[in-house]
Each structure stands twice: as structure tokens, then as C-alpha cells.
Design a protein around this ligand. Structure first.
Ligand code: SAM
Length: 298
């Protein structure tokens, strides 16, 4: 397969390189913002699970554009993995399930709360759907927990969600903390993926709620309810509106496009903006490279 084949198959991968974004995911956040205006009035933002950093790039660009004084804009990015530096973004290499990570974010904002928390977190997928959905839901709940420590009342939380069979429980959890919960599928997110994004607006935790890192899915109270989360009724069950976002004229992420896009007369291959700096597969990759060099074709 040639170098350009991915550019043909994945238009957002190609556009990300051409526009200078570190990952194609940048378009998901941009399309969510087109629909929900989530950057409006935001000065302090947290990017959870941020590496390689395209959402932090989108945040920096948009928040600075909107701010009267760019120095007031503060962005904190958290990831388990090291991320190449980005101007204007304070990085914390840490685990979003840990209390010390919440404390480190609070310290960065010097006691002030964030206006917006975003989370594009994804665990390594196993290919076993039930397990992947479960682990993704745990990550979302960890993101919600850490958000309750750092988000101001009235603030916004945007997070990746897998629309699996027990998704109703997650919606009910989120609805306890936010006045408005919507689920959205940006056009740049492949139809073949069960990924979507929850847009949780107007943070309003239950009265007397004390932020903690307890995982509600593992809390015994939930297992008393027959273990069937979808059987929840009343306040525990909330059907959120589903909404596709991104202009209909935007590229379709599941379509292959010709290398010459409409209106273009030439095509030039571009390398990804930022290669991973220390990927988990580095050892294997280097060994394979060496094997290729040592292999003398007959
Ligand atoms: N939004 C990013 C961007 O636009 O560049 C892409 C995020 S990538 C899809 C998912 C990230 O989640 C990975 O970098 C992974 O290290 C991170 N992650 C997964 N579990 C995490 C955890 N418990 N704490 C912090 N980061 C985590």
C-alpha cells in the first residue's frame, strides 16, 4: 500500500496534516463547537487524555481568539503519555483516575475553577466489544469525577462516550450533575465507530455533593437494581437527545476521496504534524526497522 493510500481513505487524517493539527480528532472538537458554541466566554479549560494534543491546539487557538486579553487564557492538558510541548498549554503527565491529578490541576488554576473540561479519552481497545465499552465507560466516569473537582458551577463538560447497551446509566449519572445533556456525533467521527460525544452544559452538582474519585458503577447500590441499568425509571433514567453535528457539506469520514479535491490542481503528500514521542510500540518498531535494513534481497 502506498504512502498516499491513507490520505485517500481518510480525508480528515489528510486535512489534519495540511492544516497543522496533530491528530484528525481536532475536527471532532471543531465540529462540536460549531454546533454548541462551547468555547464562548471560556478562559480556563482542561483537556483530559490530551496526547498527542490536537484538542489542546484547537483550545489554544479558539480561546485566544475569543479572549480580550490572551494572557488570561489558561489551558491544562493531562495524559498518561508524554506529549510534545505546545505553547500556552501546561502539561501534567498523569492518570485521570487519581486524586493527585485532580490536585495538580487545581494547583495550576491557583484556586480558580475551569469554565470547560473536555475529554477524548480512550483506553487501548481489545476488540472485545463488551470489554471495550465497559473500560471506556469507566474512563468517562473517571473524567466526570475529576471534573467535579475542577469545574465551576454553570461550566461545560464534553467527553467521548461509546453508545453501547448500558449507555443509559451513564446518561443518568451525567444528568445528576448537569442541567443539559446531549449526545452528538461529529461528521468527522466514522459512522462505523460507536463513538459519540456527550455535551454536558450548566454544571449543577447535587446539593451537598462532595467531589470524590469513587466510581459509581462499582458502587454496590447500583447492583441492587437487578444489574439491569436500562431498567432505571424516573430520575434515574434520562433519554438524551441525539444530534449529528458538522455541516452536511463537510467531508464524510467514511468515504475515500481522490487526492485532487474539488478546486485543487495539485497534491503534495504531507507528513503527520507530530509523531508520537515515546509510543508503547517503539521497541517493536525499531527492531522491525533493523530487520529490514539487515535483510539483503536475493
Ligand atoms: N484528544 C487527543 C488529540 O486530539 O490529540 C487524542 C486523545 S487519544 C484518542 C486518547 C488518549 O487517552 C491517549 O493519549 C491515552 O494515553 C489517554 N488516556 C487513556 N487513559 C488515560 C488515563 N487513565 N489518564 C490519562 N490519559 C489517559
Amino acid at each position: 500500500m502506498g504512502k498516499t493510500s491513507k490520505d485517500k481513505r481518510d480525508i480528515y487524517y489528510r486535512l489534519a496534516k495540511e492544516e497543522g493539527w496533530r491528530a484528525r480528532s481536532a475536527f471532532k472538537l471543531l465540529q462540536i463547537n460549531e454546533e454548541y458554541n462551547i468555547f464562548n466566554g471560556v478562559l480556563r479549560a482542561v483537556d483530559l487524555c490530551a496526547a498527542p494534543g490536537s484538542w489542546s491546539q484547537v483550545l489554544t487557538k479558539n480561546l485566544r481568539q475569543n479572549a480580550v486579553n490572551t494572557e488570561d487564557v489558561k489551558i491544562v492538558a493531562v495524559d498518561l503519555q508524554a506529549m510534545a510541548a505546545l505553547p500556552g498549554v501546561k502539561q501534567i503527565q498523569g492518570d485521570i483516575t487519581k486524586q493527585e491529578t485532580a490536585n495538580a490541576i487545581i494547583e495550576e488554576f491557583q484556586g480558580l475553577k475551569a469554565d470547560l473540561v473536555v475529554c477524548d479519552g480512550a483506553p487501548d481497545v481489545t476488540g472485545l466489544h463488551d470489554i471495550d465499552e465497559y473500560v471506556q465507560s469507566q474512563l468517562l466516569l473517571a473524567a466526570l469525577n475529576i471534573t467535579t473537582h475542577v469545574l465551576k458551577n454553570g461550566g461545560t463538560f464534553v467527553a467521548k462516550i461509546f453508545r453501547g447497551k448500558d449507555v443509559s446509566l451513564l446518561y443518568s449519572q451525567l444528568k445528576q450533575f448537569f442541567k443539559l445533556v446531549t449526545v452528538s456525533k461529529p461528521r468527522s467521527s466514522r459512522n462505523s465507530s460507536i463513538e459519540a460525544f456527550v455535551i454536558c452544559e450548566k454544571y449543577n452538582p447535587p446539593e451537598d455533593y462532595v467531589p470524590n474519585m469513587v466510581n459509581p458503577l462499582l458502587d454496590h447500590k447500583y447492583f441492587d437494581l437487578d444489574s439491569d441499568f436500562n431498567s432505571f425509571t424516573g430520575i434515574n433514567r434520562f433519554i438524551v437527545p441525539f444530534n449529528a453535528c458538522g455541516d452536511l457539506s463537510a467531508y464524510d469520514s467514511d468515504t475515500s476521496y481522490s487526492l485532487l479535491l474539488e478546486g485543487q490542481t495539485s497534491y503534495e503528500y504531507k507528513n503527520p504534524i507530530q509523531s508520537p514521542i515515546n509510543p508503547p510500540y517503539k521497541d517493536v518498531w525499531e527492531k522491525t526497522k533493523k530487520m529490514k535494513i539487515n535483510h539483503v534481497p536475493k
